[in-house]
Design a protein around this ligand. Structure first.
Ligand code: SAM
Length: 281
């Protein structure tokens, strides 16, 4: 160990790395990467570039999704022998849609100390600038490609009373927006693209509006989806129980014009506007 004050022996450091802008690495992350005995990395070539940038030279061990189990055992043995290891992924926080879980579980089983080294994470940075509710949220990662599971996930998003966060690959963004458009009507969505990079942008709109903007999506994307307005949904259910006349009077008392009332009744009852119009001529 180079720096005993900072790094302890036999410890796994879970180190967040930048999601684009290399200046987002923390002083502490650099010190830990300099101090550990070796670095377990999702893609060693990718991490080598990061290490070269900061003039750090360390043995790298590949640790990716498909060798997580075997490599965890190998790394656990090293940790039990007193070596200290930093775990990094290609970008952002390990374990968040990235490898990491298997070794964490095994460290806990083996009584090995785990220390998080905080830093960039795409979902949190997308959320904080989304303009949507940050008090309660649910991270759902990537939507499933399995049709049945995806349908359930979309239903969950539709009913969610907390903000939802999704990751999406550029080639799947349009399909996801189309699915969200059919599931969510007019709920607001913020798309955070290329966070911390030159072309960083936040685009806000409904799924249909965003489909117009992202005709040929490029880059990395996070989707932040507005929670459902429960009071609006509950109000809709109550209104559906009224007779047409009572429904009409309800909006009339609120001061709406005849045309606006007809439009609103049709929307509340999920029927065509003309059908309602005919009843009130
Ligand atoms: N561990 C990473 C984190 O902490 O955010 C996430 C890794 S996951 C394999 C990759 C996905 O994260 C991308 O498909 C995208 O949805 C999101 N992502 C990563 N970097 C991003 C960036 N700079 N801008 C927007 N989204 C990003």
């Amino acid at each position: 160990m180079n720096d005993l004050e900072l790094n302890e022996d036999g410890v796994l450091y879970v180190v967040a790395t930048p999601i684009g802008n290399l200046e987002d690495i923390t002083f502490r992350a650099i010190k830990v990467l300099e101090g550990v005995d070796c670095i377990a990395a999702e893609d060693t070539r990718h991490t080598l570039k990061l290490l070269n940038h900061f003039n750090i030279s360390k043995p790298l061990i590949s640790y990716y999704r498909h060798n997580e189990d075997d490599k965890s055992d190998f790394l656990i043995q090293k940790l039990l022998n007193g070596e200290s290891i930093a775990l990094v992924s290609d970008a952002g926080t390990p374990g968040i849609c990235d490898p990491g879980q298997a070794i964490i579980y095994k460290c806990i089983q083996n009584g090995i100390k785990i220390v998080p080294i905080p830093g960039a994470c795409a979902m949190i940075n997308a959320l904080i600038c989304s303009g949507l509710d940050t008090n309660k949220f649910k991270f759902m990662g990537f939507l499933s490609i399995n049709k049945k599971i995806r349908k359930q996930e979309l239903e969950e998003i539709k009913k969610s009373d907390v903000t939802i966060i999704l990751y999406e690959a550029p080639h799947k963004l349009k399909d996801t927006l189309k699915d969200l458009a059919s599931a969510l009507e007019n709920r607001r969505i913020t798309i955070a693209r290329e966070l911390t990079k030159i072309h960083e942008e936040f685009v806000r709109g409904t799924a249909n509006e965003l489909l117009q903007v992202f005709d040929n999506p490029k880059g990395e994307f996070v989707l932040i989806i507005e929670k459902t307005d429960k009071t609006q949904d509950e109000e809709k259910l109550i209104l559906q129980e009224l007779t047409l006349e009572q429904h009409y009077q309800y909006y009339l008392k609120k001061g709406f014009s005849k045309n606006e009332i007809i439009k609103r009744i049709a929307k509340d009852r999920n029927v065509n506007k003309n059908e309602i119009y005919k009843k009130f001529v």
